[in-house]
Design a protein around this ligand. Structure first.
Ligand code: ADP
Ligand code: ASP
Ligand code: MG
Length: 692
């Protein structure tokens, strides 16, 4: 069975609200296997116990009782209050040096009782009996035995920090030691997961309290984590690393207050390069360490950064993986911020990380385009392809996920949300019907979205509007110019008019490449409409089911997108669709070839429609239109229209598109016409959306 060790720090269990979050996380984990929950004392408790005075202890007592009163009711409340009374009585009676060991007893007894009251088979483990300081092997043996002897238990609850020493006397693992307790438990039971839940989203490039610009480091090696911890990153207690590394267990550092947000995985993968900054008091001074690969020029860079910030360095040392500067405590934050600015410059100013979903023709063309060196030269902006995915597998350079890692639903987007540096862009070059739910997740994680997938835009208006609102709120890009007319500047032109106080009066879009192609080719005297369609189907120019093309599904999506950009909150139901062939023919789900056969029956009608148009000197085109009506609303329609030679769509052929629109301020029609399809065209327009 799967066993996970979850450790929660003092701030996670500091209040009843915090404990409720802890319980949510633990209970979710317990659905998938056994859990060993290791917890710290509530924040501030250990300091108060070390102080030992009644004045320090009184507020701590109050906080514990407040938690008990909030979490329990009835007889449970009475029982837990009595137990809390007796622990505080023992604290009062204990010799000064033993008082400190009771904080974790208090918090974990409350947690165990709460889980028990919720119906979990729970066992409280006494770490004072199981963890022996200075003897990992003995600790492993005792823990493994205690867990093996309780096969029916779902959730074990163990106090962190406390242990016994070699002489069997109660002792501690040192300040911050609960992390270490968790690693000892994990190694003892060969746990499948070791998660340290705290109040920050993982190990960051600096302490976020000192450097607000600090970012989560998504992956790092055991060694990198150890060095950060040893050099002062309090988020992890340095001795924690060794038992986990020896047992080959990854350590995750996660945020209790944002369980689905960014986090760090400590294991064998390194993100490479610079890792982070850590600082620690040493004597009267502070030592600041830059951890990671130290390059030749880094000493000079550090010196310049500090000088520019007006900080004088008292000393500087460097090795291959750490550079340390000594400063006075008064300038610690200033120095950290200056060094952070220099070594962890926000990615957005230098390069754009691009994540591409979809490896079809468009995704592949974009991939190749981004790799061309001249892009940076022409635009002055460097792009980096940081991750790619198709429907089966994905690759993520930033989190070390190698090429062709099989993916399950949601894996790629989750990793992108977790690892994407500031200024990243997610490109949807798929044709997925379901991916639009991910757009909101990406935008809320600060990632811009560029899409060529019109299915993701042709969703109900409220969802469409929510995506735009999320992008606006965070100042991110949300662009999909390629969804109508590929590289033609159609949406751009519409947006410019509607976004500048002008009103669209009418719009006609001949944007169904497939139908344009078939209608362009069709000539009643030279073969049937059905034969033209079947040819196009065989060439892969239609949807896998050509009924969708004839029914106007694609034109409908494009009209929704155009209309909404024009400021009209169109829904699918608002559009009157006249299919190009009788509607009843489109209903069945026979094989495409059979359908084409059946379509021969409609040939006389289609031929008549085309001949009728021809007799008036017109041609049939499949037109999506939006018309301002006399009530100030809009009529939206899709269907075959006979157009005269004066109409721009009269002459278009192949996969050309044409759009004609008039606005209040531009009453003469504006016409955009040209190639409306093609992977290279789409890729170049996607790149334009990315760089803009
Ligand atoms: P817990 O009570 O969960 O054990 P700690 O207070 O021991 O939590 O550690 C979390 C704190 O570590 C954060 O609130 C943060 O201020 C501090 N910290 C120091 N350096 C870093 C860093 N590089 N990344 C993240 N947090 C850090
Ligand atoms: N409660 C202990 C401390 O404050 C141990 C820990 O939180 O990890 O140091
Ligand atoms: Mg800690």
């Amino acid at each position: 069975m799967r066993t996970s060790v979850l450790k929660f720090g003092g701030s996670s269990v500091a209040s009843a609200t915090g404990i409720s979050r802890v319980l949510d996380i633990v209970e979710k984990e317990a659905e998938g296997g056994r859990v060993i929950l290791v917890a710290s004392a509530i924040s501030g408790c250990t300091d108060a116990l070390l102080d030992g005075s009644a004045q320090a202890l009184e507020p701590i007592k109050e906080r514990h009782y407040a938690i008990v009163n909030r979490l329990f009711t009835g007889a449970d409340k009475e029982a837990v209050r009595r137990e809390t009374d007796s622990i505080f009585a023992r604290i009062d009676a204990a010799p000064k040096e033993e008082k400190v060991t009771f904080g974790e007893i208090l918090s974990t007894r409350i947690l165990a009782k709460k889980l028990e009251a919720e119906g979990y088979s729970t066992l409280w483990l006494d770490s004072r009996q199981l963890v022996v300081s200075g003897s990992l092997q003995e600790s492993f043996r005792r823990i493994a035995k205690a867990v093996a002897e309780a096969p029916g238990v779902q959730i074990f609850v163990a106090p962190g920090f406390v242990c016994q020493d070699a002489a069997g006397c109660v002792s501690t693992l040192g300040r911050g030691g609960s992390d270490y307790s968790a690693a000892i438990y994990a190694a003892a039971v060969k746990a499948d997961a070791l998660r340290i839940w705290t109040d920050v989203p993982g190990i960051m490039t600096a302490n976020p309290r000192q450097v607000p610009q600090a970012r989560t480091i998504p992956v790092m090696t055991y060694k990198e984590a150890f060095t950060m911890a040893e050099r002062g990153a309090k988020v992890l207690y340095a001795p924690t690393v060794a038992p986990a590394m020896e047992a080959g267990i990854d350590i995750e550092i996660r945020n209790t207050f944002d369980p689905d947000g960014g986090y760090t995985v400590i294991g064998r993968e390194s993100a490479g390069g610079r890792v982070g900054l850590a600082s620690v008091k040493e004597g009267d001074n502070v030592k600041i360490s830059l951890v990671g690969t130290i390059e030749e020029g880094d000493r000079l860079l550090s010196a310049r950064a500090l000088e520019k910030a007006g900080v004088s360095a008292l000393g500087m040392e460097s090795s291959v993986d750490v550079l340390t500067v000594t400063v006075r405590p008064e300038v610690e934050e200033k120095a950290l911020q200056a060094l952070h600015r220099t070594f962890f410059k926000s990615a957005s100013s230098r390069e754009i990380h691009v994540f591409i979903a979809g490896e079809g023709a468009v995704g592949t063309a974009l991939f190749e385009l981004l790799q061309r060196a001249d892009v940076a030269e022409r635009t002055g902006r460097r792009t980096v392809i940081a991750g790619t995915a198709n429907s089966r597998s994905f690759r993520m350079d930033l989190s070390g996920v190698k090429a062709d890692t099989p993916r399950r639903e949601g894996d790629f987007v989750r990793e992108v949300c977790r690892c994407a540096p500031e200024g990243s862009v997610f490109v949807d070059a798929t044709g997925s019907e379901t991916i639009h739910g991910d757009y909101l997740k990406l935008l809320s994680s600060g990632i811009s979205v560029v899409s060529s997938n019109r299915r993701a835009l042709a969703v109900p208006y409220s969802e469409y509007a929510a995506m735009h609102a999320a992008a606006r709120e965070r100042g991110l890009a949300f662009r999909y110019g390629t969804t109508v007319g590929a590289a033609l500047p159609i949406l751009e032109s519409i947006t410019r008019s509607s976004g500048s106080g002008d009103t669209i009066v009418s719009l006609q879009a001949v944007v169904s490449c497939t139908l344009n192609q078939i209608l362009g080719e069709y000539n009643p005297s030279g073969g049937s409409f059905a034969a033209c369609l079947e040819r196009a189907w065989k060439q892969g120019l239609t949807e896998p089911d050509p009924r969708l093309d004839l029914g106007g599904a694609d034109a409908l999506r494009k009209l929704l997108i155009l209309g909404r950009r024009a400021g009209v909150p169109l829904e699918k139901e608002d559009v009157a669709i006249t299919p190009i062939v009788p509607g009843n023919l489109l209903e069945g789900d026979s094989a495409p070839q059979e359908f084409c056969q059946a379509l021969e029956g409609a040939e006389p009608d289609i031929a008549a429609m085309v001949a009728d148009a021809a007799s008036q000197g017109k041609r049939i085109r499949f037109v999506a239109s939006l018309e301002l009506n006399s009530e100030g609303g809009y009529d939206a329609a899709i269907g075959p229209v006979a157009v005269p030679p004066s109409h721009p769509a009269y002459y278009i052929g192949g996969t050309e598109n044409a759009i004609i629109f008039r606005t209040r301020l531009k009453p003469n029609p504006l016409v955009i016409q040209g190639p409306g399809e093609g992977p290279l065209q789409a890729a170049s327009a996607l790149l334009d959306d990315i760089l803009r």
